[in-house]
Design a protein around this ligand. Structure first.
Ligand code: HEC
Ligand code: HEC
Ligand code: HEC
Ligand code: HEC
Ligand code: HEC
Ligand code: HEC
Ligand code: HEC
Ligand code: HEC
Ligand code: HEC
Ligand code: HEC
Ligand code: HEC
Ligand code: HEC
Length: 270
């Protein structure tokens, strides 16, 4: 006959030494070689805090695996301390991420595996197991950002910081969405953009050019900066890239540049 466990009352008043000992013996019997088994519903009687943790934030350690699948064997005092504790590698193997050292440095509570703390060394190596393209990007474009730990900016996993948490805008009213039109978080000095950038964003640093251009009477005055200075900061276009052959060759051969007559792209003389 299998022994049944009757310990509800024991567990709840297990404050005195004698009663506690009694409860451990009961647990031991339940895990023991006799073949009697503790039901998963019994754990709450003595490990209420952990059961609640699993209930609240166990994620797949709640839904895909049970207390008893992780804690196999003889319950103390019939076993050495630690004997019931599984290694992560028992179930997680064959992926680069699972070759990392010290799983518990990030997954600090096995009962809430996605409650992840990002800190300490070796972090980049950990991120690298799932985001290799980002590590490659930040390392091959050396800037001040390259020297930071990932968690300097990503305090929690999946969090994306605002540039404005750490930097001032170039001009009033600029938001994160503007910053990343010209900058990329992991290579902030690669200044590329598309045609959506507005003139006021350029004017934050080139106010005179904007004022001159927009005050002009010619068709150029209506163009966005990025229509001519396309794609990459400090790129300067040739007039001929848009104006194929505006004048005769004989006429042009007498002048070094278009601007000898037209003055400036921003302030065209006609
Ligand atoms: C009657 C109370 C009681 C019940 C029921 C009980 N435990 Fe325990 N458990 C204890 C006590 C007390 C300890 C601490 C023993 C020690 O430190 O020597 C313990 C320790 C443990 C440990 C740590 C063991 C180690 O090797 O370090 C694990 C894991 C554990 N219990 C899991 C469970 C699970 C899973 C269940 C439900 C299936 C369960 N216990 C049911 C009282 C209980
Ligand atoms: C995915 C595996 C896994 C599951 C599922 C799991 N545990 Fe654990 N449990 C662990 C690991 C790993 C440790 C060791 C934690 C440590 O070293 O801090 C542990 C530790 C414990 C301890 C000892 C705590 C201590 O402070 O010494 C108890 C008790 C325990 N678990 C009970 C439970 C109960 C009850 C459940 C189900 C509600 C459960 N565990 C579900 C992996 C698991
Ligand atoms: C007895 C088997 C077992 C052990 C031991 C175990 N896990 Fe798991 N774990 C699972 C299963 C099953 C899943 C769900 C399937 C999957 O994601 O691989 C899971 C999922 C996870 C997840 C994803 C959770 C989610 O909700 O997406 C994390 C993180 C995790 N485990 C970390 C750990 C860590 C860290 C350890 C060691 C402390 C550990 N596991 C030990 C079985 C285990
Ligand atoms: C430097 C921190 C760090 C270390 C160390 C670490 N992990 Fe993770 N782990 C993470 C992050 C971040 C995630 C992503 C969680 C998410 O998807 O939200 C993750 C996800 C997981 C997942 C679920 C994702 C999947 O592929 O299904 C498992 C399982 C896991 N880790 C197990 C482990 C094991 C086992 C170890 C040790 C060998 C370990 N982790 C070491 C940070 C870490
Ligand atoms: C086990 C794999 C794993 C590890 C390790 C991991 N991540 Fe992730 N990470 C993911 C997954 C999966 C997503 C969700 C991807 C998606 O939504 O495209 C994600 C998403 C993110 C996001 C948000 C992406 C978005 O577009 O919203 C950030 C930021 C992030 N991770 C940073 C990190 C950092 C920093 C580390 C190292 C400390 C890290 N991750 C480690 C798997 C991981
Ligand atoms: C958590 C703080 C933090 C966040 C978030 C952050 N940065 Fe930085 N960034 C710094 C620090 C610190 C430096 C180095 C000192 C300085 O130049 O102010 C730096 C440097 C820079 C540099 C100069 C790089 C160099 O090598 O000279 C640029 C450009 C830059 N950041 C742009 C951005 C942009 C754009 C974002 C958003 C996508 C952003 N940063 C998000 C902290 C941050
Ligand atoms: C200086 C701050 C900073 C540092 C350091 C940093 N990131 Fe980011 N990261 C950001 C910002 C800001 C975003 C959001 C960019 C966006 O939405 O355009 C981001 C986005 C991400 C994303 C989402 C995918 C994407 O490309 O938008 C992942 C994944 C990520 N970072 C991983 C990492 C990893 C891994 C490291 C360490 C090697 C790291 N980050 C270092 C600021 C930083
Ligand atoms: C229209 C494109 C553009 C936009 C939008 C933009 N930047 Fe810049 N940013 C630049 C250029 C160009 C430089 C380089 C100036 C130089 O070479 O000195 C720069 C330089 C920086 C620097 C380096 C330090 C400095 O001030 O010279 C930081 C930090 C920075 N930007 C942050 C931001 C933030 C934060 C935002 C969003 C509020 C932002 N940028 C929006 C083009 C832009
Ligand atoms: C944060 C300040 C900043 C912003 C914003 C900015 N610039 Fe500049 N720009 C500079 C600085 C500083 C220089 C001179 C150093 C250099 O060449 O990188 C410069 C130089 C230039 C040059 C001249 C390159 C040469 O060879 O003479 C052009 C063209 C230019 N910027 C266009 C733009 C356009 C178009 C925008 C908007 C998309 C813009 N800039 C936004 C700071 C900025
Ligand atoms: C990115 C293309 C582009 C570049 C570079 C460019 N232009 Fe233009 N320009 C135009 C367009 C488009 C028009 C309007 C044509 C039309 O509507 O017929 C124009 C009009 C003109 C006109 C006539 C103005 C008017 O109001 O009728 C002159 C003169 C001119 N450009 C000279 C120049 C000179 C000189 C340069 C170099 C310093 C130059 N452009 C560079 C695209 C460009
Ligand atoms: C029609 C095309 C066109 C437009 C629109 C245009 N540029 Fe230019 N830009 C040029 C050309 C061509 C040059 C080379 C010098 C010249 O011809 O004046 C130049 C030169 C520059 C220079 C470097 C020399 C200088 O004058 O300081 C800066 C900075 C600059 N542009 C910024 C801007 C900004 C900011 C805007 C928007 C307010 C803008 N440009 C709009 C075509 C254009
Ligand atoms: C000797 C002075 C001179 C030089 C050099 C010169 N232009 Fe002109 N350009 C003019 C004059 C004057 C006009 C106005 C004539 C007209 O409207 O028919 C003009 C008109 C134009 C127009 C407007 C044509 C139209 O149909 O409205 C364009 C575009 C133009 N020039 C581009 C250029 C470019 C590009 C260069 C250099 C390759 C250049 N010009 C060199 C004097 C010059």
């Amino acid at each position: 006959m299998k022994k049944m466990l009757h310990m509800t009352s024991v567990a709840f008043i297990a404050v005195g030494a004698l009663l506690l000992l009694g409860s451990i013996q009961n647990a031991d019997a339940a895990f023991g070689s006799s073949g009697a088994a503790l039901n998963k519903d019994d754990c709450i009687k003595c490990h209420g805090v952990i059961v609640k943790q699993v209930q609240d934030g166990g994620n797949k350690h709640k839904s895909e695996v049970s207390c008893l699948e992780c804690h196999k064997g003889t319950h103390p005092p019939g076993s050495q301390k630690g004997a019931l504790i599984p290694k992560c590698a028992q179930c997680h193997k064959d992926q680069p991420h699972f070759t990392l050292a010290k799983c518990a440095s990030c997954h600090q509570n096995p009962h809430q595996p996605l409650n992840i703390i990002l800190e300490g060394e070796g972090q980049k190596a950990a991120c690298n197991t799932c985001h290799p393209a980002i590590i490659k990007e930040i390392d091959s474009n050396p800037t001040a950002h390259t020297g930071f730990a990932c968690s300097f900016c990503h305090e929690k996993h999946r969090n994306k910081p605002d540039c404005l948490d750490c930097h001032d805008a170039h001009a009033e009213g600029q938001k994160f969405e503007n910053c990343v039109q010209c900058h990329q978080a992991h290579q902030p000095l690669t200044l590329t953009y598309n045609e959506t950038v507005v003139n006021s964003d350029c004017a934050a640093c080139h106010p005179d050019v904007r004022d001159t251009l927009e005050a002009g009477p010619t068709k150029h005055a209506k163009f966005k900066c990025v229509f001519c200075h396309a794609n990459e900061h400090a790129m300067v276009p040739e007039c001929q890239s848009c104006h194929d052959a505006p004048h005769s060759k004989t006429m042009l051969s007498k002048f070094k540049t278009c601007n000898e007559c037209h003055q400036s792209a921003h302030d065209i003389l006609k």
